[in-house]
Design a protein around this ligand. Structure first.
Ligand code: C2E
Ligand code: MG
Ligand code: MG
Length: 701
């Protein structure tokens, strides 16, 4: 940087301006005092000198007056010689009354030039007549004797001596000035340290904070009140900024965590998992390593959740994530995708067997007893495994493949590990294509209802029918509800489908009633999702109004698990349905986890015992006893009972002894289209009238 620039910068700093101001003030003050003292000295010197010269001239005038009377110029000059003792007198001229030089004295060291004397005389005369005379160092005095003026004395003082003295004083003044400037410079530095230093340190801190963004830095608080306030204010501002910064960082951190981590288990979520997997795949591609993706889904987690509540469900998920984490290596990533779905990718896998071993280890870890909320429980899980590069080369495809393998593991009875194969892929893609077809099916009218009779064992009468939906697929033929109902639930299409089933069943019933075919009651299955989300009460009301069907002819079947999901909400909805007059039964009873206390509080009419309880009841005493216990319980709760899945005579015989029991099963009739049921009912009235006295055999068989 050039000097001029430095000076410019310096003069634009507070310190520079302060120093310049102090030095300028000092210099001006000193210059004024020096000038005034010079002027004063000059004035007092001229005044003193004139007084002294005047007195000297008077003395000499008195001395030379007598000699002048006699015109004794020699005597005059002699007496003038005494002036040699005073070196300050330059010259003295005595003029007679004619104005002629009578005698003169010129200091010896001066050149004696008569012309000079004349010249000077002329100057003196001129000055005497002007005001300058007052300040000149020349004096004129008249020579008076006996009252008569004999002549004039002119006397001049040598001012050079005085000028020398003045110069010395000036020199001293300048030296003092220089010292003062140095002093003021030093003083300004000191002042700078007192005032400017805290300001400078404040500026430095400010600059440091700006460049480092470190808001924990603090300014030094000075002793000077104003500066202390400034520094304290600045520090408070920093505290404020730093607090806001911390809050902002915390929020950012929280947002980052929310975006990338699962809040319940603290595990990476799907986004972060996909990200890490994509990175690992890029690495594996370079190093030609095999990578395995494990898709884990807990078995029957929903049932546990329903039976023990969400709190226990959450505790279970946390414990599961801990167990899985414990057995996961540091460079493998475990994530929770949502619900009860977990996924892990393993790096540097040597073979498929290697991945299967890890999966077995993880499954074993999960099979150990869980102690949650003082309750012991057991959990299993279904594992799907996909390998890179064999089963996909992107995070998305690998995850899909592992998911498809897991789906197969579930279908194989859960608690199972399945390795992805390409055949399996076709199954999965078929499932996907079926899901796609499902959307069009409703619009294209591909759904139909079949009706399965329910028989009253006491009198052998048909007490009602269950409406069971069928999908008449244009290419695949009849698709089982066991295949498409879960798909419809996954996609949410179950809402529309359920609505259609209810309307169609009510319409059909009303149609039969109008034709005089008396089917006492139709029971319609309500999916858990439909029961929870759809306003089922309003739907039932509007359907009954639009079809004109009597409410007494309608029964709704709701599975145990759908009711247990939110028991209070379920009770509320069921109450409203019962107030309408709708008959309600718990479907697939015995497969869920409903407790006796829950059952007691539920406003339902019937228990539909799942077919698994009757399947072996005729060959196993144990099963028969369980069935007996269910009957006793239903009786004590004042609930009607329907047993599903009666397939053979032995099962029928086992139940025919029971009072107030209804049955449903292939033994009596398979689900059939409405038209077939009409034919059967017609044939029955034609052929079996009066009514078959044996209540054990349903007449339509
Ligand atoms: P579910 O409600 O328990 O219906 C009874 C199922 O058992 C029917 O199967 C029926 O054909 C079958 N079944 C009846 N008697 C026997 C028997 O003696 N032996 C055997 N092995 N099975 C028998 P389907 O029609 O295949 O329906 C299966 C499930 O699909 C139903 O079980 C129900 O949960 C669901 N589903 C069917 N239709 C609908 C519907 O319209 N809406 C809803 N949400 N679900 C439906
Ligand atoms: Mg049912
Ligand atoms: Mg059932």
């Amino acid at each position: 940087m050039t000097w001029s620039k430095r000076i410019f910068r310096f003069s634009h700093t507070l310190l520079g301006q302060q120093r310049l101001a102090i030095m300028l003030v000092c210099t001006i003050v000193l210059c004024i005092s020096l000038g005034s003292s010079m002027i004063y000295e000059y004035i007092s010197f001229t005044h003193d000198s004139r007084t002294r010269l005047g007195a000297l001239a008077d003395i000499i005038a008195a001395e030379v007056s007598a000699a002048l009377v006699f015109g004794d110029n020699t005597a005059i000059e002699k007496s003038l010689q005494s002036l040699n003792a005073d070196p300050s007198i330059t010259y003295l001229i005595v003029l007679n009354d004619q104005g002629k030089v009578a005698a003169q004295y010129v200091r010896q060291d001066l050149p004696q030039k008569p012309s000079d004397i004349e010249q000077r005389l002329a100057q003196i005369r001129k000055r005497i007549n002007t005001s300058i005379h007052k300040f000149s160092l020349e004096v004129s005095r008249p020579i008076i004797h006996d009252g008569e003026q004999l002549g004039i004395i002119l006397l001049e003082l040598d001012s050079s001596l005085f000028l020398k003295k003045l110069l010395v004083s000036f020199g001293i003044g300048i030296v003092i000035l220089l010292f003062s400037m140095v002093g003021s410079y030093l003083l300004s530095r000191r002042l700078g340290q007192i005032v400017t230093y805290p300001l400078l340190s404040l500026t430095n801190i400010m600059e440091e904070v700006t460049s480092t963004k470190d808001y924990r830095l603090r300014a030094e608080v000075s002793d000077i009140t104003e500066l202390a306030r400034l520094a304290e204010g600045f520090n408070e501002m920093l505290v404020e900024i730093s607090n806001r910064d911390d809050a902002l960082l915390e929020r950012q951190e929280r947002l980052h965590r929310q975006a990338n981590y699962d809040t319940l288990t603290g595990l990476p979520n799907r986004t972060l998992f996909n990200d890490r997997l994509a990175q690992a795949l890029r690495r594996a591609e370079r190093t030609k390593e095999t990578l395995a993706v494990l898709f884990i889904d807990l078995d029957d987690f929903k049932l546990i959740n329903d039976a023990h509540g969400h709190r226990v469900g959450d505790l279970l998920l946390e414990e599961v994530s801990r167990r899985l984490n414990k057995d996961t290596r540091a460079d493998d990533t475990l994530a929770r995708l949502g619900g009860d779905e977990f996924t892990i990718f393993l790096q540097g896998v040597k073979s498929a067997e290697n991945a299967l071993q890890v999966a077995r280890k993880l499954l074993n870890a999960l099979l150990n007893v869980f102690l949650l909320d003082d309750k012991q429980m057991y959990v299993s899980a279904s594992f799907g495994i996909a390998l890179f590069p064999d089963h996909g080369n992107s995070a998305e495809v690998l995850l899909k493949s592992a998911d498809a393998a897991m789906y197969v593991a579930k279908q194989k009875g859960k608690n199972y590990i399945e390795l992805f194969t390409h055949a399996l892929y076709y199954k999965a893609s078929e499932r996907l294509s079926l899901q796609g077809d499902l959307h069009r099916a409703l619009e294209n009218g591909e759904f139909v209802l079949h009706y399965q009779p329910r028989v009253n064992l006491q009198n052998g009468d048909m007490s009602g029918v269950e409406a069971l939906v069928r999908w008449q697929h244009p290419e695949r033929g009849l698709v089982s509800p066991l295949t498409f109902i879960p798909l419809a639930e996954e996609t949410g299409l179950i809402m529309e489908l359920g609505e259609w089933v209810l309307k169609e069943a009510c319409r059909q019933m009303q149609h039969w009633h109008r034709k005089g075919i008396l089917v006492p009651r139709v029971s319609v299955n309500v999916s858990p999702l439909q029961f929870r989300r759809q306003n089922i009460v309003e739907l039932v009301k509007s359907t009954l109004t639009s079809t004109g069907l009597s409410v007494r002819s309608l029964e709704l079947e709701i599975t145990e698990s759908a009711l247990m999901d939110d028991i209070n909400q379920a009770i509320e909805t069921l109450k409203q349905l019962q107030q309408l007059g709708v008959h309600i039964s718990i479907d697939d009873f015995g497969t869920g986890y409903s407790s006796l206390s829950h059952l007691r509080s539920l406003p339902v009419n019937t228990l539909k015992v799942d077919r698994s309880f009757v399947m072996n009841a005729h060959i196993s005493d144990e099963d028969a006893q369980i069935l007996e216990a269910i009957f006793a319980m239903a009786h004590s709760l004042n609930l009607e009972i329907v047993v599903e899945g009666i397939e053979c005579e032995e099962q029928h015989n086992l139940l025919r002894m029971k009072t107030s029991c209804e049955v449903q099963g292939y033994y009596y009739a398979r689900p059939m289209p409405a038209a077939d049921l009409e034919v059967l009912l017609f044939e029955q009235t034609m052929t079996v009238a009066p009514r078959n006295p044996d209540p054990g055999v349903f007449p339509i068989l």
